[in-house]
Design a protein around this ligand. Sequence first.
Ligand code: SF4
Ligand code: ZN
Length: 307
Amino acid sequence: MKVCKRCRKKEADVILSAVRFCDSCFIEYFERQVQRAIDGEKLGVRMFSRDVRILMAVSGGKDSMTLWNVLDDLGYETCGLHIDLGIDEYSEASRAVVESFAASKNLDLIVVDLRKEFGKSLMELAVRDACSACGLVKRYLMNKVAYEEGFSVLATGHTLDDECATLLGNLTRWNLEFLQRQHPILESTHPKLVRKVKPLFRISDEETAVYARIKQLDFVREKCPLASGATSLSYKKALNELERRHPGLKKAFYLGFLKNKALFGEQEGFELKECEACGMPTANVGLCAFCKLLERSKRRHGEGEQN
Ligand code: SF4
Ligand code: ZN
């Protein structure tokens, strides 16, 4: 029998590349990793303190549901934010998961329904690549809601695997600007830009799956029908293969990056402007990327002319 390497008594139910725990020790380990991230270990700055109310972005997927549950169990006050993208049954199932979790734990939840608010589903907004339009829409709406509802911090369920895949992508393309910006804490650089944090950056996808199983969390298991086999998936696959051969590699890769980030230089400060239509911050002159997407979609569907 393989025993838990922590309590050295119970049988190890959880055997992952870098850890071997019984269920209860795994949960303790998991919560400690999240707490270390929140406390800013190796980051030099805390993500948030106990007296701050956190806006938690929840898609209904495994990682965001895990983070929402762990933040609640750790005693943080959270409000969920779900964006209903209008992707047929997939969005219906995602929204149902989020709503029922919020109701079962008596947690506040804000739902933004793209079709109700803007008269368009994601498919009607996207020109070519649904996933890049989706990223843009989510980033814009998450920040807008956080700002308008008075939150000072927005948490997302990005994991160690997400961060490693992004890092590998940025490195292979030598995208210095993105390398300078990549961090588990994205500070506000404009009064209308809310601080964003990723408390799962020390936790792998495999570990969130184990956490969700032990805690019996419900999450959307179906794949989004618009998923385009993004490059990040092949990076994740390659990194998993390396992790299998060299346990602990992903953590060493990402934490090493954070330690040596200065090698890539400082991000040049540039002044953000405000969108002429919605007033939200943008690097563009005139309309922000979200308002441009809306305008383009209206023109494509023959609605109203721009003057
Ligand atoms: Fe959005 Fe693409 Fe993810 Fe679907 S697969 S939810 S379109 S990012
Ligand atoms: Zn705008």
